[in-house]
Design a protein around this ligand. Structure first.
Ligand code: PMT
Length: 444
């Protein structure tokens, strides 16, 4: 079976070449299906297997499915491919590695090239798409996330992983993304229209507008509004009341949505972070300014995520000049007044417009102490009329303000509570968008 190209060429598209790297994990068997589906769509698939992968699946399976020789050993004679890694790197319109183990991710991040696949990865100039698959604990290790972050920064695209039951019996993130999802991302990157339309879910063709860092366009068409950082409430021209928020959590949420193709506006208090790629940033200082910026944009978004630590009170008056120490006075009394509650305003606006329509509303709850965390979050959820509150204990080690990690509990309006382990904030953001995608599907 297989034949020269193994399948029908899509009309109007030149033959595309995908180098499919298969690494040593149990999900290697799913790569057979992927190779077959790509071949059926007229893509010429050239498989490179690591030696470990060849212990899970026989190279002959890929050879039969693709009609092409399979490279395992770069020193073996590979007919038609004199210097296999260079020939394949030149030929590739896309290097797709599925499954991508923690090992290959680590090697690529470190620039190690010690077999046919990693030498090809180092030589290739075409886009690179990785579909990671591994045990949840491995996936959650900071070193793996750091390696992926490095690769993302270099323009490598990532699809998945999915969550669910893993081969080892554990439940969590680390399953290879569904083959259909990897296929759609690959076809999308190859500019094959079927993939672009299906992936974007819009029925429209064309791939040019997908940002290069996306790789996963599962939020294409979504309009997302995020708040992040602290607010500063001036006392006088040189002083203000504020809090310890760094903006990292909200920026990670905005960046993760943008990387998946969403149109994202980030209303940000004063922080020292770079704007995420592709995100429109609206810089504000006070709670009132943040409220105004959100109010203007709320009706044209599909999801509003309030991750900012907004001051609940501001000085009743802002002194026009620096407050001076008074001779003989040891105290200074400040009168504070409430600021607008932005999230509650969003909940109220949606309620007035008939409940179910309008944006999905997500708040955060910053609590100090794990006792009653869930009850306090549930209380906020009800008072503010939102769909989800992400609760974090900002006094817990590694959680809350300024950290790169966070431990969160998702408290849903439907009553469910999900507690996640301590994760990097970008991983919290990634998982949050997975859950919001599912929620949105269930809502429509
Ligand atoms: O920025 P980092 O350093 O990464 O830290 C992340 C974080 C701790 C700031 C973040 O994870 C977080 O918990 N954000 C919410 C902080 C907060 O203000 O929580 P709250 O429980 O006081 O407010 C509840 C919700 O109402 C929040 O979604 C908040 O944005 C919103 N709110 C609060 C007050 C107000 N006047 N308007 C609001 O919209």
């Amino acid at each position: 079976m297989g034949g020269e190209n193994g399948g029908l060429e899509m009309s109007g598209t030149a033959q595309k070449h995908v180098v499919l790297g298969v690494t040593g994990g149990i999900a290697a068997y799913k790569a057979c299906d992927l190779a077959s589906k790509l071949t059926q769509r007229g893509v010429q698939v050239h498989v490179i297997m690591t030696e470990h992968a060849a212990r899970f699946v026989c190279p002959a399976t890929f050879r039969e499915l693709t009609g092409q020789p399979v490279v395992v050993d770069m020193f073996a004679e590979n007919p038609g491919l004199p210097i296999a890694h260079i020939a394949l790197a030149r030929m590739a319109d896309l290097l797709l590695i599925a499954p991508a183990t923690a090992n290959v991710i680590g090697k690529m991040a470190a620039g190690i090239a010690d077999d046919a696949l990693t030498t090809t990865a180092l030589a290739v100039e075409a886009p690179v798409l990785l579909a990671p698959a591994m045990n949840t604990k491995m996936w959650e290790k900071p070193v793996v996330q750091e390696n992926l972050a490095k690769l993302r920064q270099r323009g490598v695209l990532i699809v998945g992983p999915a969550e669910g039951v893993l081969a080892c019996g554990e439940v969590g993130a680390g399953r290879l993304a569904p083959v259909e999802e990897i296929l759609a991302a690959a076809l999308h990157l190859l500019g094959l229209e079927e993939g672009a339309a299906r992936k974007a879910g819009t029925g429209t063709a064309g791939t040019a507008s997908v940002p290069p860092a996306a790789g996963d366009a599962s939020l294409a068409g979504w309009r997302v509004l995020v708040t992040a950082g602290p607010t500063q409430e001036p006392l006088d021209p040189v002083r203000f009341l504020s809090n310890r928020s760094s903006g990292k959590m909200g920026y990670a949420i905005a960046a993760a949505a943008s990387a998946r193709g969403a149109q994202v506006t980030l209303v940000s208090g004063p922080v020292a972070l770079q704007p995420p790629v592709g995100v429109e940033v609206v810089a504000v200082q006070t709670a009132q300014e943040m409220a105004d910026a959100v109010a203007q944009r709320l009706d044209s978004c599909d999801v509003f995520v309030a991750a900012a630590a907004v001051a609940d009170f501001r000085p009743a008056t802002v002194q026009p000049e620096k407050i001076k120490k008074q001779e003989g006075t040891e105290t200074l009394e400040l009168r504070l007044v409430r600021t607008p509650d932005i999230l509650a305003m969003a909940g109220e606006r949606r309620r007035q417009r008939g409940g179910q329509g309008g944006p999905i509303l997500v708040g955060f709850a910053a609590e100090t102490g794990s006792r009653n965390l869930i009850e306090l979050a549930r209380d906020k959820l009800q008072r503010k009329g939102v769909d989800l509150v992400v609760a974090n204990d900002v006094t817990a080690a590694g959680s809350g303000f300024g950290t790169d990690t966070n431990q969160v509990h998702l408290v849903w309006a439907g009553g469910q509570v999900e507690s996640w382990p301590l994760l990097r904030k970008d991983e919290v953001a990634r998982r949050l968008w997975n859950r919001l995608s599912q929620f949105r599907q269930g809502r429509s």
